[in-house]
Write a protein that binds this ligand. Structure first.
Ligand SMILES: *Cc1c(COP(=O)(O)O)cnc(C)c1O
Length: 394
């Protein structure tokens, strides 16, 4: 059954609804996996969408999951008790470090010199050596990150160790804290929204920098995690990140560094495509010459278009037998229309001035590309509207 068919058949009291199409998600993840050469591990950044069914659907294709809080850690552990976990993120609390040790984290991504001391302190009683990657705000050449949508590094940033502090971290790892923590290599996640070619250029610089800067303390860089951030094009959903080109490029990079293990941890580019936000049109009106459709729900359920400033792509699912068809006039619009939600703020815009053949009160809309940074980043409590229902197609 297609998502549109499912959306048409959903009982009205189930709207708005999130619909996750899991078979295409599994196929997509398998294709990503297949495009990556031997020596490259694929982790999924759980913050993109930690829905249990989504985590489970990815299980066969990914080597592990990247978590960035004790909440994500406990959740992923519960859903997938045997999964490998990398624990990253700034500002890890003592309680989070203890939770990570107890959960058997596979890799720690250390964010700062202070965190190294802090981790060492908490780990002193753990009696189990922990494997760490030093997250570094690796310097990259001017222009490398010009096309990023969200910069996490390559400029002043709260993420990762500053290159100026790397020496001190490595000396500590080579000496005083080396028993508690086994240095495995470098982690860098510098930005989001890069094409395969741009991403490869950044990866090369991260790997070259890592190998050149870390080996000199007698510490071997056996792994480099080059992060996530593979581009998703909301304006043109068919324009997919080129995993084949990216995989081939990583293969070449590995050939220059025999024995090195690479890891990537995409979030958005894995799960964005599997999610849909389905709702219905409550009102249609014209205001000073422009058409608006007000839908049930809004950006408190699907915040992505408001945060990224795009129009969320959607398809219209026409509803002929609208319950009130025979007793009430039914407002409709053609041409360009803005789709807004039920929130009392001008920011509650799901799509701005997009063309439609026809949109009537009672028609349904299926917003696509709502599988990452969608429900889980939205401000659900604002205005206290009911929550959406959740559905899974298999
Ligand atoms: C958010 C994040 C990711 C995933 O980024 P995407 O843009 O969703 O691919 C990976 N690694 C780290 C450290 C992150 O913070």
């Amino acid at each position: 059954m297609t998502v549109e068919e499912f959306a048409a058949g959903l009982p009205a009291d189930q709207l708005p609804a999130y619909v996750y199409d899991l078979a295409p998600l599994r196929a997509h993840a398998a294709a990503v996996r297949a495009a990556l050469p031997e020596g490259v591990e694929l982790y999924y950044a759980a913050k993109a969408n930690p829905d249990s069914a989504v985590l489970e659907a990815l299980q066969g294709a990914v080597d592990g999951y990247e978590v960035s809080s004790a909440g994500e850690l406990a959740h992923v552990r519960e859903v997938l008790p045997d999964a490998r976990l990398a624990f990253g993120g700034p500002g890890k609390t003592p309680a989070e470090v203890r939770a990570g040790v107890a959960a058997g984290v596979h890799r720690w991504h250390v964010e700062s010199l202070q965190e190294l001391y802090h981790l060492n302190n908490e780990l002193a009683g753990a009696r189990k050596q922990q494997d760490v990657l030093l997250r570094v705000n690796v310097p990259v050449s001017d222009g490398s990150l010009d096309s990023v949508a969200l910069a996490m590094g390559g400029r002043p940033s709260p993420f990762g160790v500053d290159p100026a502090d790397v020496d001190q971290c490595l000396m500590l790892l080579a000496g005083p804290v080396g028993w508690e923590m086994r240095f495995r290599g470098i982690h860098a996640h510098l930005g989001s929204g890069l094409s395969a070619a741009a991403q490869l250029a950044v990866c090369e610089q991260i790997v070259d920098w890592s190998v050149a800067h870390a080996n000199r303390y007698g510490l071997q860089v056996s792994e480099v995690n080059v992060g996530g951030g593979m581009a998703v094009d909301y304006a043109d959903p068919a324009n997919l990140f080129d995993w084949t080109e990216f995989g081939a490029g990583l293969g070449k990079l590995l050939a220059r560094h025999p024995g090195l293990r690479l890891r990537i941890e995409p979030g958005r580019a894995l799960t964005a495509y599997c999610g849909y936000y389905v709702t219905d049109v409550l009102d249609v009106k014209t205001s000073q010459g422009e058409a608006f459709a007000v839908v049930r729900g809004g950006t408190h359920h699907l915040r992505t278009p408001a945060t990224k400033g795009h129009s969320q792509p959607f398809t219209v699912v026409p509803v002929e037998l609208w319950p009130y068809t025979w007793d009430l006039p039914r407002a409709a619009a053609q041409g360009r229309i803005s789709v807004t939600g039920q929130l009392c703020t001008p920011k509650d815009v799901l799509a701005a001035g997009v063309p439609v053949e026809q949109l009537r009160v009672g028609d349904r809309l299926a917003f696509a590309m709502a599988g990452a940074y969608a429900w889980n980043i939205s401000h659900h409590e604002f205005l206290m509207h009911p929550r959406p229902t959740f559905h899974y197609l298999d």
